[in-house]
Design a protein around this ligand. Sequence first.
Ligand SMILES: Nc1ncnc2c1ncn2[C@@H]1O[C@H](COP(=O)(O)OP(=O)(O)OP(=O)(O)O)[C@@H](O)[C@H]1O
Length: 240
Amino acid sequence: MIEIKDLNKKFGKFEVLTNINLSCKKGECIALIGPNGCGKTTLIKAVLGMVLPDTGTIHFNGNSVLGEYLYREKIGYMPQIGRYPDNMTIGQIIEMIKKIRNSSNNLDEDLFNAFELEKMFDKQMRTLSGGTTQKVSAVLAFLFNPDVLILDEPTAGLDPLAAEVLKEKIIKEKEKGKLILITSHLLSELDDLITEIIFMQEGKVHFHQKVDELKANTGEEKISKAIAKILKDKKNESNN
Ligand SMILES: Nc1ncnc2c1ncn2[C@@H]1O[C@H](COP(=O)(O)OP(=O)(O)OP(=O)(O)O)[C@@H](O)[C@H]1O
């Protein structure tokens, strides 16, 4: 579904992405993880066409994304921090996006209903708490029933109940065969969610593995412990 080959990106002299090769298939829920500043958001933005790579290719359903935009209709994107016009209300934002998208897909209002945004329809965006703004971003990402969901730290700022609602929704969409790409620093949250892990470090893909293999190889049940073990083993290898 998404194929990335030999991708490189520099900001000035700073190499943000180095020789990235990845293949992401439908039906998988893939966690993109790694330390702050390792290039996760830049990689996501390259897939969305918001960052232009210096070299390398990205294909979506077999077609190069370079210079294209229609493929984005198939992607629901929840940014790390959603920015919206301050004076518009929640209702106006949602209606505006619906008009712009003019989508023939059935609307998916599960999250809109679960987060009870109807009650806040007339609230201006500038008056919203960070968590409520996140809820608006989540609703918009899922609203047009996209085949692919790219969620950049989706539960950051959400209260535990809302985070659980979102997690259940992610699982439901994965089971429908969609591809879900999710970045998170909260590894404990990913345990019952994800099928694969891409671990990035300093702009490179350190490893891309199925969760089952990762657990079997490390003998750990928890993703956080399995990753810690791999990093520790690598460190020991390079010290010897
Ligand atoms: N437009 C830009 N111009 C210059 N440098 C940038 C730009 N966007 C990102 N960077 C730099 O690229 C590096 C990777 O940033 P990126 O946001 O992709 O990291 P991340 O892995 O998503 O981090 P975090 O976990 O903190 O969200 C950082 O050093 C960042 O400062």
